[in-house]
Write a protein of this length. Structure first.
Length: 320
């Protein structure tokens, strides 16, 4: 049994990870300020004796003196563009940067391995396609996505400096678009928006002309990659791309969702937000080679599972 701390543990990915780690017999300490996470995401493990929830904002230092930590997954951060571009923008940079420092200090104190959930956003509007880890990206440092993109880039830099200068055992993954159960119906991301709009008979909102692409990974595949990376050979730091290389236009996604759910929803077109990347697809050669990992769940299968989940959540979806 390992003692594992997960920041952002009540969020979409964090809660899926906590549940899997508990099922595998670990002791899990879930840390979240619940700004964008939801306690209901961990309701099924809340009373498990191996699970502990600490309400805490990682912008502040965290001491864990009563338990020895083996591993830390640093996942806390608003991750949906409407969340980090709105009132949480400055908080997003602080969470990335101060949060990384505080969690790296905690890892150093405990001699724990720490995994950073970085992002495909470090590539910005990519001029290399598909994106390989050696590509340094094309980020607008003063744009509306910069709080997240530059925050995550700075966090990567902090991780590598703590590794070089403080000997901290680090692992860095770059997560591409991921979807599945426990997404917040109101967080504004494309998969949750399209499914909830179709289920509630509203128009499906495509931003721009829908020709931009994304590559969507089902959450169970992503969690598997995270755990493999955390437990990879000592000294292997990454960064490693984790995502599904199946690439779709946003229009194709909308059409798939409409075909699956039916109903009266029409597709409507709205303005494309600034700096919205036109294409994204991970090159996962490194993950295949180092982690013996590749996604197994195709978009159609994953969407079916996600639609079933959102049917149980539809009362929570804000009507436009
Ligand atoms: N998008 C859209 N309609 C929506 C929400 C998002 O067309 O209701 C587009 C968005 O402009 C972007 C893509 O879908 O091009 C993915 O957006 P998301 O917010 O899910 O994640 P991103 O990859 O931009 O971080």
């Amino acid at each position: 049994m390992k003692t594992i701390l997960v920041t952002g543990g009540t969020g979409f990915l964090g809660s899926n990870l906590c549940i899997r780690l508990i099922k595998e017999g670990n002791r899990v300490i879930c840390v979240d300020n619940n700004y964008t996470g939801r306690l209901q995401n961990v309701a099924e493990i809340m009373n498990n004796p191996n699970f502990r929830f600490i309400e805490h904002d990682i912008c502040e230092p965290l001491n864990v003196n009563d338990e020895k930590l083996d591993q830390i997954y640093n996942m806390a951060c608003p991750a949906s563009p409407p969340a980090y571009q709105g009132s949480y923008s400055i908080k997003t940079t602080k969470t990335c940067v101060l949060g990384a420092i505080n969690m790296l200090e905690l890892a150093k104190q405990h001699g724990a391995t720490i995994l950073q959930t970085s992002t495909s956003e470090v590539y910005g509007e990519p001029l290399v396609h598909p994106q390989v880890e050696s590509y340094r990206g094309n980020v607008n440092p003063i744009g509306i996505r910069a709080c997240y993109d530059e925050g995550k880039r700075c966090a990567e830099s902090l991780f590598f400096d703590y590794h070089r200068h403080e000997g901290v055992d680090i692992k860095v993954i770059r997560i591409f678009n991921t979807y599945g159960p426990k997404m917040d119906p109101n967080d504004g991301r494309v998969v949750s928006n399209f499914i909830c709009q179709a289920l509630s008979g509203q128009d499906i909102t495509i931003y721009g002309d829908g020709s931009q692409t994304r590559s969507f990974c089902y959450v169970d595949d992503l969690i598997e990659a995270m755990i493999r990376m955390m437990n990879s050979k000592k000294g292997f730091t990454g960064p490693v791309n984790t995502g599904n290389p199946g690439e779709f236009t946003i229009k194709e996604l909308a059409e798939k969702v409409v075909a699956k759910i039916g109903g009266n929803s029409k597709i409507v077109y709205k303005a494309l937000p600034k700096d919205d990347p036109s294409q994204r697809r991970p090159d996962i050669t490194l993950a295949k080679h180092k982690l013996d990992w590749e996604p197994k769940i195709k978009l159609d299968e994953g969407l079916d599972k996600t639609i079933e989940y959102f049917k149980t959540q539809i009362d929570l979806f804000k009507k436009a």
